[in-house]
Design a protein around this ligand. Structure first.
Ligand code: SIN
Length: 521
């Protein structure tokens, strides 16, 4: 093979930014389970956070990221990724990506939770993610191959390095694709919970694949619940962006009482975990919560996607949008540096699949598309600059991959995760959940016989075990991880990460975490 062969798994912003950043001499293949548009990026309504305004700075954006992340961020990673993200935004602007502008031609800058400035660039009102994915697909150079409807069921490890993937196509046939490097960009694990904002194709695949391949997985207890999903009669219709509250929308119960008043200084724009718990508490009292949008001028123009979601749900904007929190984003994932390098040579992880320390214990709104752009580009740069480590002449034959599939359904798993390891957690419920996860009977199914649904359930089950084990071990509350039995943030947990690998689970102090953060108990 005369040139490097790269496989990118996933087709969201991180995957596309990565694929498009290799020079033409690279053979790049993007493999995605469904259509190229099936990704979480596609649904991103908020936008991309970037310090663009004159009165803003990277330092201010860094500080807001650390504040939201509750001191669990790797400050160096935050700086690197926010800075690289800024240069990717400049590249988008130069490439005429249609960010929304005001009548004077300057960019509209939105505001979202825990941002001290207006710094969210958006496109198509609330259609930023969809427009970005379409733009990035169009920008892919000739020669980049996109394979749709192919599921990666295993990573091929040879001599300790990642050498390719085993895939299953829509007809059920299994084949093997070799590569010099494999990049995991398959999102997080939103489907673990009953209410979530993720594409249904996002089933923890990258995390489960990396774990099986021997990579380190970290920070799995930090699962971000978005406060406001439109939920009516138990059905999730879609996300109601935080930007709605940024533009003056507010949370109120059916009597008009503002539920965030007195709960946090930032009220409706408090960090997501605070708002999610407030809504959850009201729901537990059977007091439904709505977003009042009456103060927002031109709602339909500014939020066309959300207007459509409300219409589909039969919700009249005048009477308020009924909302409930749901799983949105995984801060944890495959442990990676800011180049996407994991603990397995030639295996990279970027975007939501990775945990670089950028988000800490709670992601700042609209930092994820920025991270996806930055981490995709940095990963491609790193691979391009790294000499080949090894060449594998033959396609590895590995026809005997056996996956463990729990004898349960997705619906049951989601229900158990929602009650056992959801917005508010405590030991007894989590122990019961862990015991169920560890003792559920398991079928061993060869990849040749396995269905895609079974393969996905297998990944979700493994991911659930990692989330619950971590959430049980971390006996404190920090960011998105809230323990009713340990409601305080504890000094002794500061800077510590819970790391899983096939050799076991360890608690490790990370000296790069928490620098600059003033501890407040
Ligand atoms: C939102 O629009 O509220 C979601 C944006 C994000 O999660 O970054």
């Amino acid at each position: 093979m005369s040139e490097k062969t790269i496989i990118v798994i996933g087709s969201g912003t991180a995957a596309l930014a990565c694929a498009s950043s290799f020079p033409p001499s690279y053979q790049v293949t993007v493999i995605t389970k469904r259509n190229v548009t099936n990704s979480n990026s596609h649904y991103a309504q908020g936008g991309i956070a970037v310090s663009y305004a004159k009165d803003d700075s990277i330092e201010s954006h860094v500080n807001d990221t650390l504040y939201a992340g509750c001191g669990h961020n790797d400050v160096t990673a935050v700086r690197h990724l926010l800075k690289s993200g800024q240069s990717m935004i400049n590249r988008l602007i130069e490439g005429h990506f249609p960010f929304d502008t005001k009548s004077d031609g300057t960019f509209c800058l939105g505001r979202e939770g825990a941002h001290s400035k207006r710094r969210i660039l958006h496109a198509g009102g609330d259609a930023t993610g969809r427009m970005l994915v379409e733009f990035l697909v169009q920008q892919l150079r000739d020669g980049i191959r996109i394979i749709e409807h192919e599921t990666v069921v295993d990573l091929l490890i040879e001599h300790g390095r990642c050498a390719g993937v085993a895939v299953k196509d829509a007809s059920g046939a299994v084949s093997y694709r070799r590569a010099d490097c494999v990049v995991l960009a398959s999102g997080g694990c939103g489907s673990l919970y009953q209410y979530h904002t993720n594409d249904s194709a996002i089933t923890g695949d990258g995390i489960a694949l990396a774990f099986r391949a021997g990579a380190e997985i970290t920070d799995m207890e930090f699962t971000q619940f978005h406060p406001t999903l439109l939920v009516k009669n138990g059905t999730v219709y879609g996300l109601i962006s935080e930007a709605v509250r940024g533009e003056g929308g507010y949370l109120a119960d059916r009597f008009g009482r503002r539920i965030m008043a007195g709960r946090h200084a930032l009220e409706d724009l408090a960090p997501r975990d605070v708002v999610s718990r407030a809504i959850y508490e009201e729901m537990m009292k059977e007091n439904p919560v709505f977003i009042n949008c009456s103060r927002i001028a031109d709602f339909k123009k500014r939020f066309p996607t959300i207007t459509g979601i409300c219409q589909t749900a039969g919700v009249d904007l005048e009477s308020g949008i009924p909302v409930a929190p749901g799983m949105h984003f995984l801060m944890g994932g495959v442990k990676a540096d800011t180049w996407g390098k994991t603990s397995v040579p030639d295996l990279y992880a970027i975007g939501e699949t990775a945990c670089t320390g950028l988000h800490g214990a709670n992601r700042l709104a609209s930092n994820s598309l920025l991270e996806a752009l930055a981490s995709g580009k940095r990963c491609a740069e790193h691979i391009t600059q790294t000499p080949l480590n090894g060449r594998y002449k033959k396609t590895p034959k590995k026809s005997d991959v056996i996956l463990q599939v729990p004898d349960t359904t997705l619906h049951v798993l989601q229900a158990k995760m929602t009650t056992g390891a959801g917005i508010v957690r405590e030991k007894e419920n989590m122990q019961a959940l862990a015991s169920w996860l560890n003792n559920v009977s398991v079928r061993h199914i060869n990849v040749k016989e396995i269905t895609i649904e079974q393969a996905e359930l297998s990944c979700l089950w493994k991911t659930a075990q990692l989330v619950v084990t971590s959430a049980l071990i971390r006996e404190e509350s920090r960011g998105a991880h809230f323990r009713a039995d340990f409601p305080g943030t504890e000094k002794e947990w500061h800077g510590k990460q819970i790391i899983h690998s096939t050799s076991g689970t360890a608690i490790r102090k990370n000296e790069r975490i928490g620098e600059l953060w003033t501890f407040c108990s």
